[in-house]
Design a protein around this ligand. Structure first.
Ligand code: TXA
Ligand code: MG
Length: 356
């Protein structure tokens, strides 16, 4: 399949943007697949109400078909048709955080095919805030099923070049545009129970959610995922975002962390193995290794979130065999978003943590 790559940028008039997105929307209506930017990561879109489109999404990603997809909508009026009911809590959360990086799990309406929900009777719905995503969804008929636009097992793409790397030849169109700024996938909240439950942490934090709905629970596997306890065996469950190199998160006082990482790097590199480091701005000058990534200031979770998946892909491209990352847990704990950053970092590390 020939993949059309369409760039949308500042040079495009509103009319031209509408034309390009109308073409993209037509592809979706005809059962094809289009990768598109959202404020979190790139999505791989298909018609959510067409079971054949969902089948194609799984095939393009190489993803098991029991892993459910998120339906993206652009307008609250479209929610009614795909869910059985809209609980009060969900309305409040939608008022507060939609459009934006929040996904909610509802009981699904009959019209939503089980192919889209991975066989479940619930459905995940998100209204993204990225203006091109919204316009694209409208042009596509209102219901775009989209997982992240990466091959299964790769980090979610935050740059169009990584979508091209993973999806060229596998889908009909890739829309290349700016504005994929958050860098981690949306927060997922299950609103089918009396007390909403966070299933995946993200930019919309537990604090922000509980300010709107009061009590809120957290799925127990997230505690496991964010745990800095002794490393567990890296089960498939935790290897979703894994780089090729062996990634270890190093926890401790900054000077001890730097010393440990430098010792490890020197040892590996003496054996001819390339080593990568993800370090905070404050410590960066003290590291010595083949590839050193700047995670930004230790007081700002946004910077590392935006770049984490890019770093992981760059390490793969650089053939790095060992990767060490500082821990962002304590430094970001009070800000909320650090929880999502650590959740993804620990998944990528297969929960390998060293305390120094
Ligand atoms: O930010 C995002 O959410 C991005 C952009 C493209 O919107 N999408 C995304 O999709 O991250 P994906 O497919 O990579 O992750 C969707 C997650 C999966 O972990 C899936 O298991 C979960 O949502 N999910 C989907 N439907 C569900 C349901 N009915 N019940 C529980 N979990 C569900
Ligand atoms: Mg994904």
């Amino acid at each position: 399949m020939k993949t059309k790559i369409v760039t949308i940028g500042k040079a495009d008039s509103q009319e031209r943007i509408e034309e390009k997105l109308a073409d993209a929307g037509d592809i979706i209506r005809q059962g094809g697949l289009v990768a598109f930017p959202t404020e979190t990561v790139y999505g791989l879109g298909g018609d959510a109400l067409n079971p054949e489109s969902s089948r194609k999404i799984y095939a393009a990603k190489g993803r098991p078909s029991d892993n459910p997809l998120i339906i993206h909508i652009a307008d609250m009026a479209y929610l009614n048709r795909i869910v059985r009911e809209i609980p009060d809590q969900a309305r409040k959360l939608a008022d507060a955080f939609w459009p934006g990086p929040l996904t909610m799990i509802f009981r699904k309406a009959e019209i939503v095919p089980h192919q889209t929900t991975g066989g479940l009777d619930t459905v995940a719905v998100r209204m993204p805030s990225h203006p091109l995503a919204r316009l694209f969804i409208q042009k596509a008929g209102g219901y775009v099923a989209a997982p992240s636009a990466n091959l299964s097992g790769k980090p979610s793409p935050t740059l169009a070049k990584y979508v091209v790397q993973d999806m060229d030849g596998r889908i009909d169109m890739i829309i290349d545009a700016e504005g994929v700024e958050i860098g981690l996938e949306s927060t997922i909240v299950d609103v089918t129970s009396d007390v909403p439950v966070i299933l995946r942490p993200g930019y919309i934090t537990q604090q922000m959610l509980s300010r709107v709905v009061g009590e809120i629970d957290m799925d127990v596997t997230i505690y496991d995922d964010s745990s800095t306890q002794a490393p567990k065996a890296p089960g498939m469950k935790y290897r979703h975002y894994a780089p090729k190199g062996e990634l270890v998160v190093v926890v401790g006082r900054p000077q001890k962390v730097v010393r440990y990482i430098n010792e490890q790097a020197a040892m590996h590199e003496a054996e001819g193995k390339r080593t990568g480091i993800i370090g905070t701005q404050e410590m960066l000058a003290e590291y010595h290794a083949f590839s050193i990534k700047n995670a930004g200031s230790r007081n700002d979770a946004n910077t590392v979130a935006r770049q984490l998946y890019t770093f992981l892909r760059e390490f793969d491209d650089e053939n790095v065999s060992y990767i060490y990352a500082e821990s962002f847990a304590e430094t970001f704990a009070d800000k909320g978003f650090g929880q999502a950053v650590m959740n993804r970092l620990l998944k990528a590390a297969g929960h390998k943590v060293v305390h120094v």
